[in-house]
Design a protein around this ligand. Structure first.
Ligand code: UD1
Ligand code: MG
Length: 475
């Protein structure tokens, strides 16, 4: 089999994004577009992959290295090289920088850093179409105005499958060409030897004073090489991202796919158009997700979990039957968050890294939990903070109570043993332990441990002054 080598064009400024972030690093479903393109390159079984960078080169190359370390491990990886294009004089000029790094015996597949959703099967078909001798272009025909995309110009009078003569860039196209509805995806495959020959012939005699890669088609046609088009129906696969509007459009398509896949697995989404997944979501049976929720990183929802409207859940494991009420924010970060079976969280709760809730724990509105373990049945229902704490089974942690875990320099742990009742508005100044079964009176500020089984009161005694007269205004 002829070896496949890939060029990924990712040097452009992405002017229409109006952003300081290099275009290929803009995120689609939470992940840089370049990640998708590198995945496609790996799935194509490439021997070598040359990434052309320019605008924000260091950032783009750093991401590619991260990909190779992490995401790329799932594939047999191609040898990944980067070449810098300075200045950026067009897509043809970009390909010219990379071509010398590709051996002549292979097939060159050109991918674009801003065309993220092309599927491996499509690339395999495109490579097959070039049959080691032809130029093969990936195209689509929506029957509608092709916008800023390059038009596929075919030989006259021979119909939709006539030989391709040229690609006319929108800014250079004659009116008749502009009316063509078949457009070029930015993805092509051709024998490396042949493509190198045509790349050497490019000029910048056009509206943008750029070296257009698409002009290789004209040269191929003049050279009487065959130019073939693989015209697919799925626009999402070939859609380019040049502006925030196009990015958002593609985002909705990706999200729609995620939503459909989950619903096929039985997940009940209140509205697939109001669902966002930016990572990996695994769901058990009878999971319900209300509108407006965002899931990030690795999240699992076990059987029967219900997630209320407008929750953000990242890096978390939610066990069977747990209910997350609306407007709850859970972010486990690197440590993760675990919510035990049957637990109730929210509305308006916040679980931060290292929050570990046991079975049937209740966390209510405006309660924040960080790096704390709550044993089964513990409850903190209103306006409270638990940080660096170990909370025993069935503890009731009163409204407005706080673990003062930070002394300005170090963090300290608070231990609240089983069956403790902490009244409202208490401050537990760590480190300390409240012994099992103890009660802490409302409004107490504890600076040392409280014994088990006792009532501990740590506040000023209440006094009343009978007949007290308030000062009155003097005339
Ligand atoms: C390009 C094609 C157009 C096609 C469209 C598909 C050309 C001239 N036009 O247009 O026919 O319909 O893609 O999405 O090829 N890049 C570089 N160096 C440069 C310029 C661009 O590496 O000097 C990279 C960009 O980072 C981008 C890709 O090449 O990843 C395409 O460039 P872009 O400016 O987006 O071209 P389009 O106008 O989309
Ligand atoms: Mg583009």
């Amino acid at each position: 089999m002829t070896p496949i080598d890939i060029i990924i064009l990712a040097a452009g400024l992405g002017t229409r994004m109006k952003s300081s972030l290099p275009k290929a690093l803009h995120r689609l479903a939470g992940r840089p577009m370049l990640g998708y393109v590198l995945d496609a390159a790996a799935a194509a079984g490439a021997r070598r992959c040359v990434l052309v960078t320019g605008h924000g080169a260091a950032e783009v190359e750093a991401y590619a290295q991260d990909w190779a370390r992490a995401d790329g491990q799932n594939h047999a990886q191609p040898e990944l090289l980067a070449v810098r294009q300075q200045p950026q004089l067009g897509t043809g000029h970009a390909a010219q920088q990379a071509a010398p790094l590709l051996p002549d015996d292979g097939i060159m597949l050109i991918l674009n850093g801003d065309v993220p959703l092309v599927q491996p099967e499509t690339l395999a078909r495109l490579i097959a179409l070039c049959e080691g001798a032809h130029l093969a272009l990936l195209t689509v025909d929506t029957g509608q105005d092709a916008g800023a995309y390059g038009r596929i110009v075919r030989a006259a009078a021979a119909g939709a499958d006539a030989p391709v003569r040229a690609i006319a860039e929108a800014r250079d196209a004659a009116p008749a060409e502009l009316a063509i509805t078949e457009w070029y995806s930015g993805i092509m495959a051709a024998p490396t030897r042949l493509l190198k020959k045509y790349l050497a012939l490019l000029t910048n005699n056009n509206a943008q004073r750029e070296f257009y890669l698409t002009d290789v088609v004209r040269h191929a046609a003049l050279d009487s090489a065959q130019v073939r088009a693989l015209r697919i129906a799925d626009v999402a696969q070939v859609a380019g991202v040049n502006s925030p509007a196009q990015l958002a459009e593609l985002e909705r398509q990706v999200q729609r796919r995620h939503a459909l896949r989950l619903m096929e697995d039985g997940v009940r989404l209140a509205d697939p158009a109001r669902f966002d997944l930016r990572g990996d979501l695994r769901c058990g049976q009878d999971v319900e997700i209300d509108i407006g929720c965002v899931f990030e990183g690795n999240v699992s929802l076990a059987d029967g979990v219900r997630v209320g409207a407008h929750c953000v859940i990242a890096h978390a494991r939610i066990e069977a039957g747990a209910v997350i009420h609306p407007f709850t924010h859970i972010d486990g970060g690197e440590q993760g968050v675990a919510v035990g079976p049957g637990a109730r969280v929210g509305p308006y709760a916040r679980l931060r890294p290292g929050a570990q809730l046991g079975a049937d724990v209740h966390i209510g509105n405006f309660v924040e939990v960080k790096n704390s373990t709550l044993a089964p049945g513990a409850k903190a229902n209103h306006l409270a903070y638990l940080g660096d704490a170990e909370v025993g089974a069935r503890v009731n942690y009163g409204a407005g109570s706080i673990t003062a875990n930070y002394d300005g320099a170090n963090k300290h742990r608070t231990v609240i043993e089983a069956d403790v009742h902490v009244g409202s508005n208490c401050v537990l100044v760590a480190p300390l332990t409240v012994g099992a079964g103890g009660t802490v009176a409302a409004g107490s500020t504890l600076t040392q441990s409280a014994p088990p089984g006792a009532l501990t009161v740590a506040r000023a005694r209440q006094k009343s002054y009978p007949g007290w007269r308030r000062p009155s205004k003097q005339d």
